[in-house]
Design a protein. Structure first.
Length: 270
């Protein structure tokens, strides 16, 4: 179902993700700190939403609550209408670092999520092999992570995330450790792969051009504590272009400057 990409999110359909007045407090032995407060947004099935904002505004905290790794202090996180109570196979979480196990082959790294869910069988193994192939990793199955480039390792991490077939992908700065060219190629590949498969995605990035190029919508956060400042819908012409070419679309620069202004204001202590 990719309808959400071509129209506005429907009120009738249950959103893939819904945060209702979500607040999170980190409690340590010395203090309690309010990380995010009253975060409220929904992401429709098939939608690609990016979270941008200054360091410490709670982006990772929000993803971790959606992933069921952190429990909100107040408010609710709903996944397809049901409250999140822990990690779910419906959600794939991909981090900035690839976290591949160096002693495992590429294939065995890619199968890790399936293995943890006791879902490795002939069919899932074949699907994973095809995924590796579609990511340009054919013939690398028996190599080890140290034998691959950073971009290839990130692609393996993506295959591992996709192998369990989650409907929702949470991507926490997955491209930030890569060189510019690799990053552009990977943006295209990921955007294309997720679009083709009708996946829902929430991307955290500090690269605003990247957020505009790949997203349907951008949520700008501010800090102290983390809160939503403003949401920007990406115009159709930019949304529908391949990320690499989205940057050449009319209106891209104007939108960049508008969101940039909001981001600059959000970096200021409030
Ligand atoms: P971002 O990903 O946007 O940089 P985070 O979600 O990591 O922000 O952090 C939000 C706020 O919560 C920050 O003020 C950060 O210092 C604090 N924080 C994050 N993780 C912890 C933790 N494990 N314990 C205490 N405070 C934390
Ligand atoms: Mg973070």
């Amino acid at each position: 179902m990719i309808g959400a990409r071509s129209g506005s999110p429907s009120d009738v359909m249950v959103p893939m993700v819904r945060l209702q007045q979500v607040t999170h407090v980190y409690v340590t032995d010395r203090e309690a700190s309010l990380a995010v407060e009253n975060i409220d947004f929904s992401v429709a099935t098939g939608e690609f939403v990016s979270l941008v904002g200054p360091s410490g505004c709670g982006k990772t905290t929000i993803l971790s609550m959606i992933a069921g790794l952190l429990r909100p202090a107040a408010g609710q996180v709903l996944l397809q209408g049901r409250p999140v109570s822990g990690p779910s196979p419906e959600v794939g979480y991909m981090l900035q670092q690839d976290y591949l196990f160096p002693w495992r082959t590429i294939m065995d790294n890619a199968l890790l999520g399936l293995e943890l869910g006791k879902r490795v069988n002939e069919a899932s193994r074949e699907r994973t092999r095809l995924l590796l192939e579609s990511m340009g990793l054919e013939g690398k199955e028996h190599l080890h992570p140290s034998q691959l480039s950073g971009g290839m390792r990130q692609r393996v991490a993506l295959v591992r995330t996709l192998a369990t077939n989650p409907g929702l992908l949470l991507l926490d700065e997955p491209f930030s450790a890569l060189d510019y060219q690799t990053k552009l190629q990977l943006e295209d590949l990921i955007a294309e792969t997720l679009r083709e498969r009708g996946k829902t995605a929430i991307l955290v990035t500090h690269d605003l051009a990247e957020a505009i190029a790949v997203s349907d919508r951008i949520i700008v956060l501010g800090r102290n504590p983390g809160h939503i400042r403003r949401t920007f819908d990406i115009p159709k012409s930019i949304r529908e272009a391949q990320p690499f070419y989205a940057r050449d679309q009319p209106g891209f620069n104007e939108l960049f400057h508008e969101i940039w202004g909001e981001l600059e204001a959000s970096g200021v202590k409030e």
